[in-house]
Design a protein around this ligand. Structure first.
Ligand code: NFE
Ligand code: MG
Length: 479
């Protein structure tokens, strides 16, 4: 008989997510036969930005999430730069990249050691690691557990490094339309270099070997958790000042079916969001973010829906985003699309970014100009496409009367953890959960390993709004 296991909340992620898996016997083996991912909080950022000065957008959108605020700052200033046709000076571009790079390093290290590795390695025998599920934890990875304290040190250093040019983390206030607010100085460049050297050593000699060791001990996870097999990156880390700059991690889409691994160009006009299975007004189904809407409905009035996440689609299909997508699209990692491939690609990407950051430090000129005059346009629109640690991130802004008239945000976790779309097609994480074997339906560690491999962040994907200091209670739980 089928059982439904509800994980609510899923722990060791950012934010609030619920995952329901239906488990049944298939050919004598317990397997997942249905999966639903639910974002359990409403996010109203798009709504609260309306009517504000466009300069507020980077400051406010950085509050979406404490893990990837810098990416929201970057997406926001890129949208505003594009709207006005302003190109920031070279040193501003490089500083934006360096602070964002620092954020990627801290996020990937955090994810592996503090969020994901505890699915595979027994944590310390004290709270908050206990009580824990009594599940298959294989020997041979004591070293990974032993690096927890160093990983926390690495994360602290990455934050300190970003703060040198970005200001106190999280939420950097140095990203402004037209440029950046801090200036390169020799002593700051040296401080940055010192942290970066330490981190590059950690990534090379501890993080990557630990992920490789994990992938050897749990090699069965190279054949578990393939999602929709279609990967997408918008691209990040501009390498020159041209509007269509070359990038360290270029954008593109990859369709990975059997031996077919072609990479194609990506066109933002092909993005739409479905709300058929989300708690939003059906009249706003299948809109492009350039004219999209955030119109929540009372969940009791829409039985078919089960998430506050919309379902972003590219050419009407779900796409997986994240480090694996970026590394695949750029030809840096094309081995597979499983749980372990996600972990390995994330670790290798961390080193690729750290090495590039080292070279960018030499492109800075102490005292150089970091701002080109930005006059807020009267009426226009712009798209800011970038990457957050968890994948492709886009901000779409419309300006009228020098105020924000329209704002839409599509986050990586919206792509990965999306619910079904108007065609009934499951999101990438839902697809990755299908058919996986589960030993114990009451403790489905296998499902958790699949979920964590995407590094979901529901804080980014959905968010609570309290306009008068009082919560709006739209839903008090399943009735
Ligand atoms: Ni809150 Fe975020 C990243 C963004 S994920 S961590 O990375 O945008 O949806
Ligand atoms: Mg959105």
């Amino acid at each position: 008989m089928a059982t439904i296991t509800i994980m609510d909340p899923v722990t060791r992620i950012e934010g609030h997510m619920r995952v329901d898996v239906t488990i049944d016997e298939v050919d004598g083996q317990s397997r997942v036969v249905d999966a639903r991912c639910t974002g359990t909080l409403f996010r109203g950022f798009e709504t609260l930005l309306k009517g504000r000065d466009p300069w507020d957008a980077p400051i406010i959108t950085e509050r979406i999430c404490g893990v990837c605020p810098v990416s929201h700052g970057m997406a926001s200033v890129k949208a505003l730069d594009a709207a006005a046709g302003v190109v920031p000076p070279t040193d501003a571009r490089v500083l934006r990249n360096l602070v964002l790079g620092a954020n990627f390093l801290q996020s990937h290290i955090l994810h592996f050691y503090l969020l994901a590795s505890l699915d595979y390695v027994q944590g310390p025998a004290s709270a908050p690691w206990t009580p824990a599920w009594d599940v298959d934890m294989r020997p041979g990875l004591e070293g990974v557990g032993g690096h927890l304290a160093q990983a926390i040190e690495a994360r602290r250093r990455a934050h300190e490094m970003g703060a040198i040019f970005g200001g106190r983390m999280p939420s950097s206030h140095t990203y402004i339309p037209g440029g950046f607010t801090s200036v390169p100085k020799g002593n700051l460049i040296n401080d940055f270099q010192r942290h970066l050297d330490w981190l590059a050593d950690f990534i090379r000699n501890i993080y990557i070997p630990d992920v490789e060791a994990l992938s050897t001990v749990y090699s069965d996870y190279f054949s578990i958790g393939q999602g929709c097999r279609e990967l997408m990156a918008y691209g990040v880390f501009d390498l020159d000042d041209a509007a269509d700059s070359n990038q360290l991690l270029r954008g593109g889409i990859a369709k990975v079916f059997g031996t077919q691994t072609g990479v194609e160009a990506f066109n933002p006009d092909s993005i739409t969001e479905s709300v058929k299975y989300s708690w939003y007004d059906d009249a706003t189904d299948h809109l492009s973010p350039s004219n999209g809407a955030t119109d929540p409905v009372d969940p009791h009035t829409k039985d078919i829906a089960y998430s506050w996440l919309k379902a972003p689609r590219y050419e009407n299909r779900p796409f997986e985003v994240g480090p694996l997508a970026r590394m695949w699209v750029n030809g840096d990692y094309q081995d597979g699309v499983s749980v372990m491939d996600r972990h390995l690609a994330r670790a290798y990407e961390t080193l690729k970014i750290a090495e590039a950051m080292n070279a960018w430090l030499y492109e800075l000129t102490p005292g150089a100009r970091v701002y080109n005059n930005y006059d807020t346009p009267t009426e226009t629109s712009g798209i800011g496409l970038t990457e957050a640690p968890r994948g492709a991130l886009g901000h779409w802004v419309g300006i009228r009367g020098k105020k924000i008239d329209h704002y839409q945000i599509v986050t990586p976790t919206c792509w990965n953890a999306s619910p079904r779309d108007r065609d009934g097609v499951m999101g990438p994480m839902e697809q990755a959960l299908m058919a996986i074997p589960v030993e114990r339906p009451d403790q489905p560690i296998e499902a958790l390993r699949v979920i964590h491999s995407f590094d979901p962040c529901l804080s980014c994907a959905v968010h609570m709004m309290r306009p008068d200091g009082e919560p709006i209670v739209l839903w008090t739980g399943p009735s």
